[in-house]
Each structure stands twice: as structure tokens, then as C-alpha cells.
Ligand binder design. Structure first.
Ligand SMILES: *Cc1c(COP(=O)(O)O)cnc(C)c1O
Length: 354
């Protein structure tokens, strides 16, 4: 820290991203990226001719991308806003819908960034514990007067909250906005998008980083009624009007247009997930029911980070959080069939099975 840093900046506790080590080639099962390359159309869209236009600013309206997202989801362009990763979109949502007189509520075990943004903007966070089985009880949120942020399927756990339950929250108070972060919904979860035309207090946020193989392009989007979307754009135009670069706008639009490739990749992940879960359970693990491209698992043979450390020594990265309630769990990204087989081979070896 320099001697120039402000008191406010000192107080922040930055988010810790999963490691991206450069010391050797790891099998990366730690940050929920896709093991597959982007759709073939993405490579064509990001052409030399487009690179030659990088001297010009990108479209501040991101019209091409907004239209592609709207079309795919059966919405009008006024119902869509795009951002530099869904992280940016979510951060705008915190700024737009919370403040001194309106807090934010979210679970104790969820996407770690919610807490970070609340602190960044000086928003009071009401952190509500998940039940013992890591599910959300919406009754715990019914009377909360501020904005509610729910990752669904939930981050860290992969557990899905039924859309029916989210509807109860939306109905309970039509003057309260519920933000549903659907970063992982494309791996077998049920989306809240069909509710958008009935609820003007619902904002659905999705990303290109997991199910669309574009984590490095930094693309995310929000869907909601035109007024909510205008509020988010108000944040964007107060912060960074050219928030998405020219190449990512093209990459995102091309990806959205290739439904077949998207279906193929997300189906492969679900298949690999089912096989991995079955084998881990045979090896004595308990695995939370996951609708995401990762699983949250523990084993009496590997308490307190043991598996994370041993796998890392053997070239495989998974995510382990040294935090209360979840210290014995490992979050394992579902990769390609070959990657998952390597993981299971190592675990069998640790257990003396081979
Ligand atoms: C990965 C993730 C995000 C952020 O995705 P980006 O679009 O890459 O910024 C948001 N929410 C949850 C729950 C995530 O896991």
C-alpha cells in the first residue's frame, strides 16, 4: 500500500480469484471455465479486418450484442443490457438498486463477490445462512426490504432453488427487486427468463464465461423490464460508456447465434458431471446435487484441504475455501471427459485403489 491510499480503499477486502499459476501446466478445474474452445463462428467474426478497426471506439450501445441476446431469449432489445463480464453487470446492479437506505441480502455461502461489492459501495449487507443441507429457504428473505441477490444454481454449491420459490419472493413485495444470477443455469437448471414479462421487479443476469466458452472475452448481460435496464445503463454511462471492446461484441454475437454448438458443449458437461459424481460417490465422497458446471464434494478421507493440496502436487487444480462451514468441501469444475478421468485416476491412487 502506498502512503497515498485513501481510508476507504484501505477498508476494502478484494475478491480472491481462483489461482491462474504459470509455474507449470495444470489441469484447471478451479475456476469453472469451459474446457471447450469458443464456437467456430467466433473465430470468423474476430477477423483481421475487425482488428484493423481497433483505432475506433466500440459501440456504446453494444447494439449487435444486445440484439443477439434479445433474440435468443425471446425479448426486446430494451430488455437487455450487456457488460464487461457479468461481474460488471452485477456491480452496476448493486450501485443502481442499493444505497444508504436500501441494503442487499444474500446467503452466507454464495458468490464471494456480493460481499465485496456491498463494501465497495458502502451498502449494508444482510447475510442469511443457508440451511444445514445448503439449500435456501426463501422464507428467510420474505420481509427483507432491500434488494435480494441470489445465484441460481448457487455458486460454490451448485444447488438449485426452484423457480417456484423465487416467484414467491417476487410476489411477496412487488416494490423490491430480486436479482437472479444465472451464471450456471445452462447446465440443467431452470431459468427465470420466462417470468420477465410478468414481473417488473425481476432482473436476470447471465454470462458468456461458463456455458459459452468465452471467459477471456469478458461478457455478461442482464435481462429485465426496460426501466430496470435503463437504470443499469445509467450506471454504465456514469462509469465506462465503451464498456465492451469491439472484438468481444462480435465474439459474443457470434456465440449467441450458434445454438447447436452451445447445446453440444453444455450437454457434454452434464454428461461428464453425471459420470464424475457417480464415480466420486463410489469412492466414498458425498456430492451436493449440482445443476452447474462444477460440483461441491467432500470425503472423510480428505478433510480440511487435504485433497486440494495432494491434487495440486500432482498437477490438478481444484478450489478449496478455508472458511467456516465449507472447510471440508472441494469445488471441482467439470471439464472434458479426459480431464475428469485424470482427476479420478489420481483420487483412486490416493485411496490405494490402483
Ligand atoms: C463466474 C460467475 C460470475 C462472473 O462471471 P463473469 O461473467 O466472468 O464476470 C458471476 N456470478 C457467478 C455466480 C459466477 O460464478
Amino acid at each position: 500500500m502506498s502512503r497515498f491510499i485513501s481510508k476507504e480503499a484501505v477498508r476494502l477486502k478484494p475478491y480472491t480469484p481462483g489461482e491462474q499459476p504459470a509455474d507449470m501446466q495444470y489441469i484447471k478445474l478451479n475456476t469453472n471455465e469451459s474446457p471447450f474452445p469458443p464456437a467456430p463462428g467466433v473465430v470468423k467474426a474476430v477477423s483481421r479486418a475487425e482488428i484493423m478497426k481497433l483505432n475506433l471506439y466500440s459501440d456504446p450501445a453494444c447494439a449487435q450484442l444486445v440484439e443477439a441476446v434479445a433474440k435468443r431469449n425471446g425479448l426486446r432489445p430494451e430488455q437487455v443490457m450487456t457488460g464487461n463480464g457479468s461481474d460488471e453487470v452485477l456491480s452496476f446492479a448493486f450501485r443502481a438498486f442499493c444505497g444508504e437506505e436500501k441494503g442487499a441480502a444474500f446467503p452466507d455461502v454464495t458468490y464471494g463477490f456480493y460481499k465485496v461489492w456491498a463494501a465497495y459501495y458502502g451498502i449494508e449487507a444482510k447475510i442469511i445462512p443457508l440451511k444445514d443441507d445448503f439449500t435456501i429457504d426463501v422464507n428467510d428473505y420474505m420481509d427483507f426490504p432491500g434488494a435480494i441477490f441470489l445465484a441460481n444454481p448457487n455458486a460454490l454449491t451448485g444447488v438449485e432453488l426452484p423457480v417456484e420459490q423465487i416467484r414467491r419472493l417476487l410476489d411477496a413485495d412487488r416494490d423490491r427487486v430480486v436479482i437472479v444470477d444465472e451464471a450456471y443455469v445452462d447446465f440443467g437448471g431452470e431459468s427465470c427468463v420466462p417470468l420477465l414479462n410478468r414481473y417488473d421487479n425481476l432482473l436476470v443476469v447471465q454470462t458468456f464465461s461458463k456455458s459459452r466458452d468465452l471467459a477471456g472475452a469478458r461478457l455478461g448481460f442482464a435481462m429485465g423490464c426496460p426501466e430496470l435496464i435503463a437504470d443499469l445503463n445509467r450506471m454504465k454511462f456514469s462509469f465506462n460508456p465503451y464498456n465492451i471492446n469491439r472484438l468481444s461484441i462480435l465474439a459474443g454475437a457470434a456465440s449467441m447465434a450458434d445454438e447447436a454448438y452451445f447445446q453440444k458443449c453444455t450437454a457434454a458437461i452434464q454428461e461428464n458431471r453425471a459420470r464424475t459424481v457417480a464415480e466420486l460417490e463410489r469412492l466414498g465422497f458425498s456430492v451436493l446435487p449440482s445443476k452447474a458446471n462444477f460440483i461441491f464434494a467432500k470425503s472423510p478421507d480428505f478433510p480440511g484441504g487435504e485433497l486440494y493440496r495432494r491434487l495440486k502436487q500432482n498437477g490438478i487444480l481444484v478450489r478449496w475455501f478455508d472458511e467456516p462451514r465449507i472447510r471440508d468441501y472441494y469445488r471441482i469444475t467439470i471439464g472434458s471427459a479426459e480431464q475428469m478421468e485424470r482427476l479420478l485416476e489420481e483420487i483412486r491412487r490416493f485411496l490405494g485403489e490402483v
